[in-house]
Design a protein around this ligand. Structure first.
Ligand code: UGA
Length: 423
């Protein structure tokens, strides 16, 4: 089979669409299947249901090579390598819910001419169990390491590609797909590939929880965590990334994957102590902004609090496990009135942010507020006229900067009571 072999993508969510777009950009015919007819219809019309920079342009550019369907029967005759990109959300127990993956495996049945290439994040051992239960189908673990907001760039410029396989030549064929990207390719066994994914996310979350604790201690001891991160990050063994202190990590991946790894260890009889602490530190970190508000406002009953940013990070409309949701809930239970604004995510947030006023603009959220909490570091929040218009509109000049995003000196000079994180 040549390097431009056709591929199938099962699941037209965020991972599936980025995978489909990027392989079509690399010249492959791509057959995309999703069970939701409306999603497939809108993709076929050229409408992309998610916000991800560069994605819709790439899909549009390669539309001739992209084929959308709801029918698995359209994929099987056209492609042998089938990327599984369905979601594996957390279940009530904290274990990953594999029902969608299992449905895909069932649908594929005994297609001995096909291989399932697992991109969905699954527990270690999933590949082995699928192989045990499915007759003949090939299996390759090929975890994704894409970040929301830069997923297209990350796919085309990966730090590494991990291809885990135990037998057969499908692994080599998957490796061949990625060769044009000129990235290091790790060939390994399936279980190790599965663990690389979970361990990478757990390690990054650990790094953030670590710097957040350093920030909290720095507040007590008079150090500035931004300076500390800079000094630590230049050590090549530590590295500068994921050392930004803030209100903790959220999103659709870290909370789910860190909990899943902890549960997976627990199920195998091992108590993963470190991850237990990493999760707890993160939960407490999200709430620290409340204490800072109380320090200056006393009781929060009847206070008007503006949350700037709802998305779990900038450049995405994803609000899953977003800090703003926790903050809004806590503030309301303290009796505060909450207004929230986000440049792209408030539409999605309206359902989850019950009782919160969803503002149409940052200035609307700020108008008359007793305090502003900067929750997500959207660039436009830095551009606000803090010294002028914002200060005039606020009932009190109190800003809790949950991401150390604003210029502290400027804010102090403009007369704000400014609370950062570990500054
Ligand atoms: C994360 C990983 O970075 C990807 O490699 C992985 O593929 C993805 O999960 C996944 O498993 O699918 P993502 O969830 O898009 O990507 O977001 P990140 O950019 O990693 O940010 C995660 C959270 O950490 C955000 O809430 C962010 O605000 C927070 N963060 C990040 C910090 O608080 N400090 C930092 O220094 C960096």
């Amino acid at each position: 089979m040549n390097a431009r072999e056709p591929i199938g993508v099962i699941g037209a969510g965020w991972v599936g669409l980025v995978t489909a777009a990027c392989f079509s950009e690399l010249g492959h015919e791509v057959y995309v299947r999703d069970i939701i007819p409306e999603k497939i219809e809108s993709l076929a019309r050229g409408e992309v249901p998610i916000f991800e920079p560069g994605l819709s342009e790439m899909l549009e550019r390669n539309s001739e090579r992209l084929h959308y369907t709801t029918d698995m029967g359209d994929l099987l005759p056209n492609a042998q390598l089938l990327f599984c990109c369905v979601d594996t959300p957390p279940s009530y127990s904290g274990d990953a819910d594999l029902s969608r993956v299992n449905r895909v495996v069932q649908e594929l049945g005994d297609s001995a001419d096909h291989a399932l290439i697992m991109k969905s994040t699954v527990p270690v051992g999933t590949g082995r169990s699928i192989r045990r239960n499915a007759n003949g189908i090939g299996y390759v673990s090929n975890p994704e390491f894409l970040k929301e907001g830069s997923a297209v760039h990350d796919f085309m410029n990966p730090d590494r590609v991990v291809v885990g396989f135990d037998e057969g030549d499908y692994g080599d064929r998957v490796v061949a797909l990625y060769e044009p990207l000129d990235a290091p390719i790790i060939r390994t066994d399936v279980a190790s590939a599965e663990m690389i994914k979970l361990a990478s996310n757990a390690f990054l979350a650990t790094k953030i929880s670590f710097i957040n604790e350093i920030a909290n201690v720095s507040e007590e001891l008079g150090a500035n965590v931004d300076e500390v991160s800079r000094g630590m990050g230049l050590d090549a063994r530590i590295g500068p990334q994921f050392l930004r202190a803030g209100l903790g990590w959220g999103g659709s991946c870290f909370p789910k994957d860190v909990t899943a790894l902890k549960q997976l260890a627990g199920n195998s009889g091992y108590h993963f102590q470190l991850l237990t602490a990493v999760i707890e530190v993160n939960e407490l970190q999200k709430r620290r902004a409340i204490g800072k508000l109380q320090k200056h406002l006393g009781t929060l009953v009847g206070k008007e609090i503006a949350l700037l940013g709802v998305a779990f990070k900038p450049n995405t409309d994803d609000i899953r496990e977003a800090t703003a949701l926790v903050l809004a809930g806590r503030l309301q239970s303290e009796g505060a009135n909450v207004r929230a604004y986000d440049p792209v995510a408030t539409g999605r947030a309206a359902d989850l942010l019950r009782g919160t006023h969803i503002a149409e603009s940052a200035m609307e959220a700020i108008d008359g507020a007793d305090a502003v909490v900067l929750v997500t570091e959207w660039p436009e929040f830095r551009e606000l006229d803090w010294a002028g218009e914002v200060k005039q509109k606020l009932a009190r000049p109190l800003v809790v900067d949950g991401r150390n995003f604003l210029d502290r000196e400027l804010m102090m000079r403009a007369g704000y009571t400014y609370e950062g994180v570990g500054r």
